[in-house]
Design a protein around this ligand. Structure first.
Ligand code: 5GP
Length: 196
């Protein structure tokens, strides 16, 4: 997967759809893909490691980075800031493909940078299934689960900002669909280089 121009894949979805699992699966199978590690003011969960899952920072530090124009994109989600540092992306894309696990607000902002060649994928599940998944993954309090569930309708309004919409009914099938998308873009960037 490393012969053509490196690509950037954005994966967005309402909370609880399985995006983080799919992102990690892609990276495991294709080590050339690096997951973009965001900055956030959200406190780490018990299984999360600073610098691997996120760069966990204080509110003041995040706001300083915003005022210095260091982010490609940032958003406030469920009362916390999340953002993608320009430097991390610019360094990483020289050698690797990148996968972004970010929300629709960030995707909109990233899309304005015409130098970034993005492949934007939006994942959904049936709303009736979502609550069960949010509870099952056991990462959030009841109040947080409710907030995440209630944000579903607002979130899916933005599906048409994306290049592909996938329904994650079955993890393996959805993974295969993402792989096909990635491989087809990799191939077209290789033939683009040969024509050049
Ligand atoms: P969580 O708190 O569950 O890790 O993430 C909450 C939401 O924040 C998810 O939808 C995730 O995709 C989004 N998110 C994570 N990092 C970023 C980022 O850097 N920018 C934006 N805009 N959203 C992010």
């Amino acid at each position: 997967m490393h012969d053509g121009e490196n690509i950037m894949v954005v994966l967005s979805s309402p909370s609880g759809v399985g995006k983080t699992t799919l992102t990690k699966k892609i990276q495991q199978k294709y080590p050339n893909f690096k997951i973009s590690v965001s900055h956030t003011t959200r406190p780490p969960r018990s299984n999360e490691v600073d610098g691997i899952d996120y760069h966990f920072v204080k509110h003041e530090k995040f706001e300083k980075l915003i005022s210095e124009g260091k982010f490609y994109e940032h958003a406030k989600i469920f009362e916390n800031y999340y953002g993608t540092l320009k430097k991390n992306v610019d360094d990483s894309i020289k050698k690797n493909d990148i996968i972004f696990d970010i929300d629709w607000q960030g995707t909109k902002q990233l899309s304005k940078f015409k130098n970034l060649k993005l492949i934007k994928i939006y994942l959904i599940v049936e709303k009736s299934e979502l609550k069960e998944r949010l509870i099952k993954r056991n990462q959030n309090t009841d109040e947080e689960v409710e907030k995440r569930f209630n944000s579903f309708d607002e979130n899916i309004k933005h599906w048409n900002d994306y290049d592909y919409i996938l329904i994650n009914e079955n993890l393996e099938i959805c993974f295969k669909q993402i792989e096909n998308i990635i491989l087809s873009h990799k191939k077209s960037s290789i033939s683009f280089q040969i024509v050049q």
